[in-house]
Design a protein around this ligand. Structure first.
Ligand SMILES: [Zn+2]
Length: 343
C-alpha cells in the first residue's frame, strides 16, 4: 500500500508523467526483463515468455492544469484544464504549482459568497472565474512561474477501515494493481508487456502508440470506474457498487470488451472465488479504446476499480475491490496461454 500512497501523492498531469514513470520504474525493475520509454513518455516493461502477447496498461497521468495566465498587477494565476475535473469540487483546494526551480503551494480561490449577488449564488462557480493564489507578490510570482507550468492537487492518501481515499486513484490504483499482480502471479503464462501510459485523460494518446509498438494479441486496461451507489441516485444508475468486487467491463464509450475475454475473466473469478461485478459505463473510456486499434487489432477488456467521487479532488475505493482486481489479473496471467479468442 506504500507504493499506492506514493503514486497517489506524486504528480503527473498529461504530458508531464516523469515523476510517476520514475516510481513505476523502481517498482518494476527487479520483476521484469527490460524497461523502455518511448517518445510520448510511455513506460514499457517486458517480461519475456511464450504464449500470446499480452499487454496490461494503466495510465500514469492525472487530471490537472497548466498555468495559462499571470495577472500582471496581483500575481494571481489562471489555469487551463487538462482532463475534466468537476469544477465545483475545486474551490478552496490546495494545489502545487510545479515551477522550473521549485514546487509552490497555492490555493484555488474564487469570489467569497459574502460578496456574491443573489444571481451569482444560485449558479455553480465556473473554472474561468477561479484562480490560483500563491500568496506572493506579483514580481516574485512573475520570476518563479512560467506559462505552462503544471498544477496538481495537493492531497493526502489515506487508508480507512475498509476504504482508501486520495487524489488520482484514477489511475494510480491501476498502476498499483498491475505491479502487484505481476508480483503475485505464480507464473506468467504469456509474453507480457506492462505499460504505464501517458496522456490518457486527454484522449488515450499514449496507449495508441504503445499498442502499435508492442503489438499485443490481448490488451487489458486497468482503470477506475464510477460507483454511484450513493444517496439520490436510483439503483439502475449505479454502474458499480463499492465493496462488491472488481468490475469486469462489458462496454463504455471507447470499447466493447472481447466476449471471450469477458467469459475468461468471469470463469476465473468464479473458480478462484474472487468477488466481481459486471460493468456497463454509458460515458467515459479507457486505454482499451486505442489499444484495440493497434495495427490489425487486439482483443481488449478493462478491469475496473469501482470508485466514488471520480474526477473530483478525493476519490474513494474499497480495499476488497482492490484486492479482487489484483487477484483476478494475477490469475489471468497464470492461465493466459490457454485462452481461445476465436469469435
Ligand atoms: Zn482513468
Amino acid at each position: 500500500m506504500q507504493l499506492l500512497k506514493q503514486l497517489s501523492e506524486a504528480s503527473g498531469i498529461p504530458g508531464h508523467e516523469e515523476e510517476i514513470r520514475r516510481i513505476l520504474t523502481d517498482a518494476l525493475r527487479e520483476h521484469v526483463d527490460s524497461i523502455t520509454t518511448d517518445s510520448l513518455g510511455n513506460l514499457i516493461a517486458h517480461i519475456e515468455g511464450s504464449g500470446p502477447t499480452v499487454a496490461i496498461a494503466a495510465h500514469m497521468d492525472e487530471i490537472g492544469f497548466m498555468i495559462s495566465f499571470i495577472e500582471a498587477k496581483t500575481g494571481f494565476l489562471r489555469i487551463h484544464p487538462l482532463g475534466g475535473f468537476d469544477p465545483k469540487t475545486l474551490i478552496a483546494q490546495r494545489v502545487v504549482v510545479h515551477t522550473a526551480t521549485k514546487d509552490l503551494i497555492g490555493c484555488i480561490g474564487s469570489k467569497p459568497i459574502h460578496v456574491m449577488t443573489e444571481e451569482e449564488r444560485k449558479k455553480p462557480v465556473e473554472l474561468k472565474d477561479m484562480f490560483v493564489d500563491l500568496g506572493l507578490p506579483a514580481d516574485e510570482v512573475k520570476q518563479l512561474v512560467a506559462i505552462g507550468d503544471p498544477v496538481t492537487l495537493r492531497q493526502d492518501f489515506l487508508v480507512g477501515a475498509s476504504t482508501i481515499s486520495g487524489k488520482a486513484l484514477d489511475d494510480r490504483s491501476g498502476l498499483y494493481i498491475a505491479v502487484e499482480a505481476v508480483k503475485r502471479a505464480k507464473k506468467i503464462a504469456c509474453d507480457l508487456y506492462v505499460i504505464g501510459t501517458t496522456q490518457e485523460e486527454v484522449g488515450l494518446r499514449g496507449a495508441r502508440v504503445a499498442g502499435f509498438a508492442v503489438h499485443p494479441q490481448i490488451a487489458i486496461a486497468l482503470d477506475i470506474t464510477v460507483a454511484v451507489d450513493t444517496p439520490g441516485t436510483p439503483d439502475e444508475q449505479r454502474i458499480t457498487e463499492l465493496g462488491k468486487g472488481v468490475a469486469i467491463k462489458l462496454s463504455d464509450s471507447s470499447s466493447i470488451s472481447h466476449p471471450k475475454l469477458v467469459q475468461a475473466m468471469r470463469e476465473i473469478a468464479e473458480k478462484e472465488k474472487i468477488p466481481y461485478q459486471m460493468e456497463i459505463l454509458p460515458r467515459g473510456g479507457t486505454d482499451a479504446g486505442t489499444l484495440q486499434q493497434a495495427r490489425e487489432g487486439a482483443a481488449v477488456i478493462t478491469l475496473s476499480l469501482p470508485s466514488r467521487y471520480v474526477h473530483s479532488v478525493v476519490e474513494m475505493a474499497h480495499l476488497k475491490d482492490l484486492e479482487a482486481a489484483i487477484n483476478l489479473l494475477a490469475a489471468f496471467l497464470e492461465t493466459a496461454e490457454s485462452i481461445d479468442l476465436t469469435l
